[in-house]
Write a protein that binds this ligand. Structure first.
Ligand SMILES: Nc1ncnc2c1ncn2[C@@H]1O[C@H](COP(=O)(O)OP(=O)(O)OP(=O)(O)O)[C@@H](O)[C@H]1O
Ligand SMILES: [Mg+2]
Length: 266
């Protein structure tokens, strides 16, 4: 479905991504974890057309979208819920949601879609006329996700949706992301919350800054793994599932099943 192939992205002279590749197949949840400044948000901004790759290509269902305008990318089914929510604070909850339904095919079914959004986030329905800027942090996150759903995405990209939320709300947000996925939307998730994102992910990519070669990554991955049954995870696959995917920031980008990386990090 989505294929990012060895992209380089720059801010002026500063290179933020180097030869990054990642794929999301229909129905998958793929998460990306990594340190601050690693380029996670840059990756999502490039996929959604806010930044352009200087090298490499991005394709969606086989057609190249590397240089497509953002609006066309949304129209083709990718919605981006950005870091820091970026809702319109002086507009009401209702107006913010309406902004998510930009295209005629979305507008026609706007009321039905909004009911689905209220199914996920009943709180939004209670606050339809409230100015978005006066919502709590958690409610603003719900609104940002609700707005993202209004364009009926096939792929929803979420940039740190749990950031700054109380633990109980973090769990709710992750449950809702899993539900959205179960109803057929693929998810590309950026998170610092490793435990929760691995729980709901099919695959996880992890940036390992500082490792300079594929060999170093491989040897690093041979470090003994401590199994923590307390978390309730089964060990059902081997280290070979992890493999270096591409270079970035002088470090490496590795990919494998969430479970493995989870254990490795512990
Ligand atoms: N508009 C910009 N102009 C110049 N440099 C930028 C800009 N935005 C980001 N950068 C730089 O690009 C690098 C990657 O930033 P990015 O926001 O993608 O990181 P991130 O992985 O999302 O970090 P965080 O976890 O803190 O959100 C950083 O070094 C950052 O300083
Ligand atoms: Mg970021």
């Amino acid at each position: 479905m989505l294929k990012v192939n060895e992209i380089d992205v720059y801010y002026g002279d500063l290179q933020a991504l180097r030869e990054v590749s990642i794929e999301v197949q229909p129905g998958e949840v793929v998460s990306v974890i990594g340190s601050n400044g690693a380029g996670k948000s840059t990756l999502l901004k490039t996929i959604s057309g806010m930044l352009r790759p200087r090298k490499g290509a991005i394709s969606l269902n086989g057609s190249d979208i590397s240089h497509a305008p953002s609006s066309r990318i949304v129209e083709q089914g990718i919605s981006h819920v950005p870091e820091g929510r970026q809702i319109f604070p002086t507009m009401t909850v209702l107006e913010n949601l309406e902004m998510g339904a930009q295209f005629p095919r979305n507008k026609q079914v706007q009321h039905e879609t909004m009911e689905q959004v209220f199914g996920y986030f009943p709180r939004l329905k209670e606050r339809l006329d409230q100015k978005a800027g006066t919502l709590s942090g958690g409610e603003q996150q719900m609104l940002a996700m609700g707005r993202g759903l209004m364009s009926l995405p096939n792929l929803m990209m979420l940039d740190e949706p749990s950031l700054g939320l109380a633990p109980v709300l973090v769990s709710t947000i992750f449950e809702i992301i899993a539900k959205i996925n179960q109803r057929g939307t693929s998810i590309l998730l950026i998170e610092q919350n490793v435990f929760n994102s691995l729980k709901i992910s099919d695959r996880t990519c992890w940036k390992m800054a500082g490792l300079r070669s594929a060999e170093q990554v491989r040897s690093c991955l041979k470090i003994p793994i401590f199994v923590r049954p307390i978390w309730g995870y089964k060990i059902n696959c081997g280290l070979r599932a992890l493999e270096p995917k591409g270079r970035e920031h002088g470090g490496w980008w590795v990919e494998g099943e969430g479970l493995l990386i989870f254990n490795f990090i512990l």
